[in-house]
Design a protein. Structure first.
Lengths: 505, 195
């Protein structure tokens, strides 16, 4: 339900309540006029001296709630009964008369008021139910990256109107309570009864003496109690209800604040690549990548390289020596992982390394050890409802290929220090200094990937580099294309799972 | 919305249970109200026929709500009070419980349900809440109305009884009668009758 619909229903509900206020006021005015008219007629037609006697054949205009009492008095007087007795009978008739409106009318009016007040809630919940059910039907058959990307927008949109609906209904319920309060104040049966009794009382005591004792006694049964206790109890009950509401709101405030967080992805596995051998190693931190797989780890710090537990080579200022491959041994760092096929090596590299160093190592892995599948480890901070961000590690898939292996039509990125180029027809060059270049690059690449009509085929993007880059710049571009988070804050969701093909030759 | 409700294995049964929890108090109050009105009509008819003793027996069996009538029949001439509709207010509160309890229980049950049932379950619970909220509100409003009308009916019957007794009293004693029974007369008469 859009905000425009909510405003429309709010106005409609307020219009219905205003109509009922008008009905109450009109009814009250008619009742008062009838009471005044009845009182005037009563005093004119009853001769008040030592006793109260009719002057002539009485006939009262019968009106509304006074009908039963007026007709009882008229019957009594016309039949020749004592006026005191007739007034007493009429007073008793007023006390026993059905001064409530007909039950069905009242129930219909209250049902209409309640429905008008609760309609925003009903419509927004129904819309949310419909949207969630439709989302389930759509995403049930999609691959999980597409399903999550679809759900990321669809779920918040499904519940977008619910808050507005509840707010509108709260306002309308307050209006409904105001209508009921006004109706109780002006039209409750006791008020109508009191108008009749006042008319009779004026007759019964018109001469200043008690000339109609039976009537006065009967009226005494009907007169309301003049006690402050109902008001006091009502005030105490209201204060207790207010205190309870405040207590509930304050007690739940912390929980409501915890729940007011963006949608987060809850199932990151507890897998970490530890860089205990290189304490100063700072991995790149970007909100992209998919959950890590199990495999051997390649640690590239600024002072050395370690594969699994085997120290491979030392680095000087993050660079490899020219003959670094001489005498290098990795022991059985990879052998234990080959049982399940080609292993995926998890690369945890320092962000400030010159890119040439990791790429040289990647070439060595491919040529000497037949490893071509890597996961570049990223550091992420996943926000959770407890308010404490949870550190996780994700991975960007990287495949080491030669140029001939890149399929035709695969989008190709060329990463330079100050721009990124998307090769192909109508190639795009995006300067990195431009604000929002990540979103523009993401849209451009995904537009190319959207032409991939083979179901469940991996999303492949070829990558080449140009110029002198550092490792962080390289990973930044790959993460920008893979990420689904729209804001600067980590949304907790994995990337869409792009498999990058690093062209080595 | 109804399709979402029907597709959910959790939403439909919980919604039906919630609707039953809201409608049951309404049915109970409606039946009690009808029987109370019938008892009051019978009681005033008995008083009109001069059968005060039978009327007192009937009033005694009516419970706390009929106590003003018992006092009136026992000769107390204080104005009859309208009994507070405590029972109806409590039942109205019961009728309002389902819209709160059903979603809470449902979401708790979804935590333990298989993953494939989570989303349809949520859609079903949302549809169920959309049905239960207005239904329970209307049921509670009807119950409160019936309670208020029942209280006034008891008061009206008390007025009718007292008015009949006042007309039947000796004419020369009416103006001087100052018996302001506060219930002691009724209790004394009751002790005498049950001795």
């Amino acid at each position: 339900m859009s905000s425009l619909d909510a405003s429309g229903w709010l106005l409609a509900g307020l219009a219905i309540e205003a109509f009922f206020v008008l009905v109450v006021l009109v009814r009250w005015a008619l009742d008062r006029r009838a009471a005044h008219g009845f009182t005037s007629e009563l005093l004119q037609q009853l001769d008040v001296r030592d006793t109260v006697a009719p002057r002539k054949s009485p006939s009262f205009r019968l009106a509304g709630a006074l009908r039963d009492a007026g007709s009882t008095l008229e019957r009594g007087l016309k039949s020749g009964k004592d006026v005191d007795e007739s007034l007493a009978e009429a007073s008793a008739a007023a006390g026993t008369a059905q001064l409530h409106p007909p039950l069905l009318w009242v129930l219909a009016a209250d049902a209409l008021l309640l429905l008008a007040a609760l309609l925003p809630i009903v419509l927004t919940l129904a819309a949310a139910s419909r949207d969630v059910a439709a989302l389930w039907k759509t995403t049930r058959t999609e691959a999980w990256p597409a399903a999550y990307a679809t759900s990321l927008e669809a779920i918040p949109a499904a519940f977008a109107g619910v808050r507005g609906g509840f707010a509108a209904s709260a306002l309308l319920l307050a209006g409904a309570f105001a209508v009921w309060a006004l109706r109780w104040w002006l039209l409750r049966p006791e008020i109508r009864e009191a108008r009749v009794l006042r008319a009779f009382l004026r007759c019964a005591t018109a001469s200043g003496d008690v000339v109609a004792p039976l009537s006065l006694k009967t009226i005494g049964f009907l007169a309301p109690r003049r006690s402050l206790w109902p008001g006091l109890w009502s005030s105490i009950a209201f204060m207790l209800c207010s205190a309870a509401a405040v207590l509930v709101l304050t007690t739940t405030a912390a929980r409501r604040r915890e729940n007011n967080v963006p949608l987060t992805f809850r199932s990151w596995p507890e897998l970490f690549v530890r860089a205990d051998a290189f304490p100063k190693l700072a991995a790149p931190a970007y909100a992209a990548g998919t959950p890590l797989v199990r495999g051997p780890s390649l640690l590239i710090g600024s002072e050395g390289v370690q594969l699994g537990s085997a120290r491979v080579v030392a680095l000087r200022d993050g660079e490899l020596a020219p003959d670094w491959q001489t005498g290098v041994s990795i022991g059985d760092a990879l052998s234990s992982f080959r049982a399940g096929g080609e292993p995926v090596v998890l690369v945890l590299a320092h962000r400030g390394l010159p890119l040439a160093t990791p790429i040289e190592l990647f070439r060595w892995l491919k040529k000497a050890h037949r490893v071509s599948r890597l996961q570049l480890v990223l550091r992420r901070e996943i926000p959770f409802s407890s308010g404490v961000a949870r550190p996780v590690q994700s991975g960007l898939e990287l495949e080491l290929v030669d140029r001939a292996s890149v399929a035709e039509g695969t989008p190709a990125l060329v990463i330079a220090p100050s721009e990124v180029k998307l090769a192909g027809d109508g190639g795009t060059a995006l300067p990195s200094g431009r604000a929002g270049w990540q979103a523009a690059l993401r849209e451009a690449v995904r537009a190319r990937l959207a032409g991939n009509t083979v179901r469940d085929a991996p999303l492949r993007v070829a990558v080449e580099t140009e110029g002198q880059l550092d490792y962080d710049r390289f990973v930044e571009v790959l993460a920008a294309v893979d990420s689904v988070c729209m804001l600067a804050v980590d949304c907790g969701l994995p990337g869409i799972g792009i498999s990058y093909q690093l062209v080595l030759e | 919305m109804l399709e979402a409700l029907a597709d959910s294995s959790l939403g439909l049964p919980l919604t039906l249970a919630g609707a039953l929890c809201s409608l049951a108090p309404l049915v109970i109050v409606a039946l009690l109200h009808r029987s109370r009105l019938a008892a009051l009509a019978q009681l005033t008819a008995l008083v009109g026929e001069g059968q005060a003793h039978e009327a007192r027996v009937l009033a005694r069996s009516g419970g706390a709500a009929m106590r003003p009538l018992l006092d009136a029949l026992s000769g107390a001439s204080d104005r009859p009070a309208s009994p507070l509709p405590i029972r109806e207010l409590l039942l109205a509160a019961v009728a309002l419980i389902p819209p709160f309890v059903v979603p809470l229980y449902g979401f708790g049950a979804l935590e333990r349900a298989p993953a494939a049932e989570t989303v349809p379950g949520i859609a079903g619970l949302l549809a169920g809440a959309a049905i239960l909220i207005p239904l329970s509100a209307i049921c509670a409003a009807v119950i409160v109305h019936l309670g208020i009308r029942g209280s006034r009916a008891v008061r009206s019957a008390g007025i009718a009884i007292l008015a009949q007794q006042a007309r039947a009293a000796p004419a020369e004693g009416r103006a001087r009668r100052e018996d302001r029974g506060t219930g002691e007369v009724a209790r004394a008469k009751l002790r005498e009758e049950t001795r």
